[in-house]
Design a protein around this ligand. Structure first.
Ligand SMILES: Nc1ncnc2c1ncn2[C@@H]1O[C@H](COP(=O)(O)OP(=O)(O)OP(=O)(O)O)[C@@H](O)[C@H]1O
Ligand SMILES: [Mg+2]
Length: 627
């Protein structure tokens, strides 16, 4: 009975740990992930990822062979050390010992070099795959319609492009190779042990069911914690990207405390998710180690019996060399199993990331060219709305049967209360959204029959919120346009009166523009957007006047440049100051998505309707201000 006491103690300890696992598992079951459930099969994901790996198949084959060499060390070194132990235990010549040590060092060196090569090749290949994937994702996001982009928070997209693609690169650089290598090592070690001593191998195998049980529980568990961490990370990124952009508003409204606590809450959720993961690993790793040590203890027990009592174990003699070799093999057997379990987890994480990426890639762009769409080489600039109905959300009509005609070279102004649909009309003309009912015709052709890129090329849009990219004034005016001289850039700046403030700047066109152009005034940003439009020489100019207050001096400049731009071609203006549009050929007054009045300034005044009211109201206000 005494003989089996150690085994019983070990069994009890393992039982306790298994119990801990199950308790922890039940605890974690409660915190199920909420916003993301896998719906793609692993096979489908692998298939799609393989498309990216395929061009590099040669590198992967090379890595496979290099890896085989590095495995040789894992398999052969225990044998060599066992042999050294046996040699030094008896009579031996030093030169013989040196030669075995030299062989050992040689194999070690080859293994180190192979591991280095393997890692180098994989890192490079992984980065290339990562870059291709990122490019594809970015290009795809560029194709999404405004409505689709409105529906995904920017932070989420950033996480997809930055973090999730990284997880996939890790899959290629690390996970796949480690999985393969560890599987080979496990079976290699098993084979080597069987050859060396089958009885001891059977003993080692007795531990495997427990190990598998632990691993199975761990896997189930770790998938959940990984998912929690990943959701918490996306949450933090989304919150950050929105709130860093809106930080100034937070400060102006003294909402720092509140935002801080919102951020703290997300940080803590992230922290808890990470703790959860640490907990899972901190239970799993020692458990595997415990099994490892238990196995070694059994080995030593058997070894000691073999030595001291000079008996055999199941008919085979156990000598010191075998004990040493097995001692090394056991850890080489347990470690890969632990690594495998953990890598399976990383594999799941990569698959989850891949699925998230493919979900974005599977979003079919809503506004696309029809098959028979034509190129529009030139545009005269005749625009017609025929009973157009449009809604952003089903059932909530924003435009209700809008019809109007803009003749070439006319200037047409849209006025109306805020939210009446002016900006919406302008974005429909450029097909940022597709309409639900009616027709929009450009030069008599339905815009759905015109290639989007060719359609947008003819429009110069100056939006309500001017967006400047970080870079220089020049890069913001050019927006990638090639073969344009500085003189041409300055000419368009002069045309819209942007030259005076640019010339006042220390570096002129090279003046730095910070993110979103926050180092420029809104009037200056507006003038830059005019210059940008003029340089791109569109057939139709679309201006959505900023509602923000601008100083009188800039206002005069803007007025003047508008007057000049009217002479270039067709022009559509949304104006808030009616004085701006008195000379327009046609003024369309909108109210709640419908056209209320239409005509030129004089005609509308004579109507004595809504326009007349608005105009007299603004006129009186100006009079008051002037007094
Ligand atoms: N992306 C969007 N998603 C959903 N609804 C939207 C979206 N953009 C605008 N709307 C809604 O459509 C209506 C018309 O908006 P639009 O921007 O065309 O008004 P506007 O006349 O340009 O107003 P303003 O004078 O304030 O610029 C508003 O009620 C607005 O809430
Ligand atoms: Mg608007």
């Amino acid at each position: 009975m005494d003989e089996f006491l150690p085994v019983m103690i070990i069994g009890a300890v393992i039982g306790v740990f298994s119990l801990l696992f199950i308790v922890a598992y039940i605890l974690l079951q409660r915190s199920k992930p909420t916003d993301f459930d896998r719906h793609m099969k692993d096979g489908e994901i692998i298939g799609r990822l393989m498309v990216y790996a395929k061009p590099y198949w040669k590198q992967f084959v090379l890595v496979f062979f290099v890896m085989l060499f590095s495995i040789v060390y894992d398999l052969v070194s225990p044998l060599l050390v066992g042999h050294i132990e046996k040699t030094v235990a008896g009579e031996f010549a030093l030169s013989y010992l040196y030669s075995i040590v030299a062989v050992y060092v040689g194999i070690l060196l080859v293994s180190v070099i192979c591991t280095y090569l393997q890692s180098m090749i994989l890192q490079k290949t992984g980065q290339k795959i990562l870059s291709a994937l990122r490019q594809d994702l970015f290009v795809h996001i560029e194709k999404l319609s405004h409505a689709q982009l409105n529906n995904i928070p920017v932070g989420k997209l950033v996480t997809r492009v930055a973090n999730d693609t990284n997880a996939i690169s890790y899959l290629f650089t690390n996970v796949l190779v480690t999985l393969l290598k560890n599987t080979l090592v496990i079976f290699g070690v098993l084979g080597a042990m069987l050859l060396l001593n089958y009885a001891l191998t059977l003993m080692v195998l007795c531990f495997v069911p427990v190990l598998v049980l632990c691993t199975a529980i761990f896997r189930k568990f770790s998938r959940t914690v990984h998912r929690n961490v990943s959701n918490a990370t996306t949450d933090i990124n989304t919150f950050l990207s929105e709130n860093l952009s809106g930080m100034k508003i937070t400060q102006i409204f003294n909402r720092e405390e509140q935002k801080h606590s919102e951020f703290l809450e997300r940080s803590q959720r992230h922290l808890r998710a990470r703790y959860g993961r640490m907990f899972v690993f901190s239970v799993f790793r020692p458990t595997v180690y415990l099994l490892n040590i238990s196995c070694v203890l059994c080995l030593l027990y058997v070894g000691a019996r073999g030595y001291i009592k000079d008996t055999t174990f199941l008919g085979q003699t156990v000598d010191s060399a075998i004990v040493v070799s097995f001692y090394m093999y056991i850890s080489r057997f347990f470690n890969p199993i632990q690594a495998l379990a953990e890598q399976f987890d990383a594999l799941q994480k990569s698959f989850a990331s891949a699925e998230k990426i493919f979900t974005v890639m599977d979003m079919v762009p809503e506004v696309v060219d029809e098959e028979d769409a034509i190129e529009l080489e030139t545009m005269e600039g005749r625009i017609e709305f025929k009973d157009v109905w449009f809604s952003y959300k089903p059932g909530e009509w924003v435009l209700k049967g809008v019809s109007f005609v803009v003749e070439p070279n006319q200037t047409v102004a849209f006025v109306g209360a805020t939210g009446s649909g002016k900006t919406t009309i302008l974005s429909l003309i450029c097909r940022n959204y597709d309409i639900q009912k009616g027709q929009i015709l450009i030069d008599g052709i339905d815009i759905r029959k015109i290639k989007i890129s060719s359609l947008r090329r003819h429009f110069g849009q100056m939006l309500q919120d001017v967006f400047l990219f970080s870079g220089t004034i020049r890069s913001n005016i050019l927006l990638g346009l090639a073969d344009v001289t500085d003189e041409q850039v300055m000419e368009s700046c002069r045309y819209v009166n942007a030259d005076s403030f640019i010339n006042r700047m220390e570096k002129g066109l090279d003046e730095e523009v910070r993110e979103r152009g926050n180092n420029f005034s809104s009037g200056q940003r507006q003038l830059l957007s005019f210059a940008r439009t003029i340089l791109h020489a569109p057939s139709v100019m679309i201006l959505d006047e900023a509602t923000a207050n601008i100083d009188t001096e800039t206002e005069v400049l803007i007025q003047d440049s508008l007057e000049k731009m009217k002479n270039i071609g067709t022009m559509l203006i949304v104006a808030h100051r009616l004085s701006t549009i008195q000379h327009a050929d046609n003024i369309i007054l909108l109210s709640e998505g419908q056209i209320l009045e239409q005509g030129n300034h004089q005609q509308l005044l004579q109507l004595h309707g809504r326009y007349y009211q608005l105009y007299t109201l603004q006129f009186q206000k100006n009079q008051l201000q002037n007094n």
